[in-house]
Design a binder for this molecule. Sequence first.
Ligand SMILES: Nc1nc2c(ncn2[C@@H]2O[C@H](COP(=O)(O)OP(=O)(O)O)[C@@H](O)[C@H]2O)c(=O)[nH]1
Ligand SMILES: [Mg+2]
Length: 459
Amino acid sequence: MVLEKLGNALKNVMNKIANTIFLDKKAIDALCAELKQTLIEADVDLKIIGEIIEKLKKIALNENIKGIEKKEQLVKLLNDEIIIILGKKKYELEIEKKQSIRMMLLGLYGSGKTTTIAKLAFYYSKRGYKVCMLGLDVHRPAAPEQLEQLAKQIKVDVFINKQEKNPEKIWKEFERKFGDYDLILIDTAGRDALNKELINEIKRLDKLINPHYSLLVMPADIGQGARKQAAEFKNSCGISGVILTRMDGTAKAGGALSACYETGSPVLFIGTGEHIHDLEVFNPTNFVSRMLGLGDIEALLEKVKTASESEGKKDKREIDGFTLIDFYEQIKTAQSMGPLGKITELIPGMGVIKIPQNLIENQQEKMKRWKYAIDSMTLDEIENPELLEKQTSRISRIANGSGSSAGDVHELINQYKLIKGMASSGKNLDLGKIQSARDLGSLGINQKQLKKLAKKFKF
Ligand SMILES: Nc1nc2c(ncn2[C@@H]2O[C@H](COP(=O)(O)OP(=O)(O)O)[C@@H](O)[C@H]2O)c(=O)[nH]1
Ligand SMILES: [Mg+2]
């Protein structure tokens, strides 16, 4: 698929927006950094990237936009911005039958003009147009031959003159025939660069042929270089639009597309391979939908919505009790409060409990992994961690998605369960003071919990 890497990377950012529980400044900064890297790799202009990130941050850090609505807006913004930078809307060529529409293709050497002429001829002849390909590239000796071969392959008329070196004379010869066709596709010569010679040749042909469309053919792997080339051709020869070829083999196509859009030269077609059918009408909305997987985005937005609805039912955490997030935040708070002796943090409404020392000290690294693991969970999983024990595939998914190990996730769940178990027993506990399993027993904790705790904390 064209721009698969960019599509996957963008989808990844969107997924993170949807699934991140703590969408705080730090998380937003990390997401923006990832997005920036992704767009840089696609060769999108830094200024444009900066603008997108600014818009994203404006929503992300707006405290008046809450929870799910914020996530929804962010995912939508990203989707829409990508469409805008790649071309905003579809431009259509009007190719009426019986009008002898003359379409001239221009471009430098090897940009894909001749191949694209044949692709276009195939495209329009399949749609019932009477098409002729006209060979006016008199510079490359093999050019007429190449066109002739292609014509044979796709069974479309071709007009060439292998001896004639003056393209204007070839046109004169052809002129009396052109009324026979709905569409005449004109192949012209290129140069290594847009020099005076090429400009003059194009201008003369332009005057003589008076084409309905002059389309610039550029390979997408020039990335942002398309900006300069499109502008130069536009200024010196006047072009009506662009065809980007070799979209299949480059990560830089994002830059080429956005550069064309910026110079006001709409991309009309894209070449997506060497075969005759590898040509598409360029439609930015469809292109982005396909690149990101529209179904995926809709499903993602749906998921965000569902999650927000349940969030909306007034702090579900309070209703259902102690969740993984509470657990995480308790430990984090405890950590930030310093040495164990000073800890007075309590789990609200859950009885009084102090968190074991070994969960608090020297755990920064583990806490980081736990945070990422929680970020990779669904709301359901956060509220009902038992789901994870029932389906170990969930644990692997979370571990993979968060860069932690299955062991980390298991440990997180086990610790959480222990604390929750104690909290829900309603006892006032201060684990910091507990020296032995007997101390726990005397506090009325049941045998099962006792065994687990003793094992876990090595009392
Ligand atoms: N992969 C890929 N190759 C292409 C595409 N379009 C053209 N090419 C290749 O680019 C090379 C130059 O094409 P050609 O049409 O001869 O360029 P011209 O000099 O502008 O006429 C050929 O090897 C084509 O097969 C495309 O969309 N994808
Ligand atoms: Mg050629």
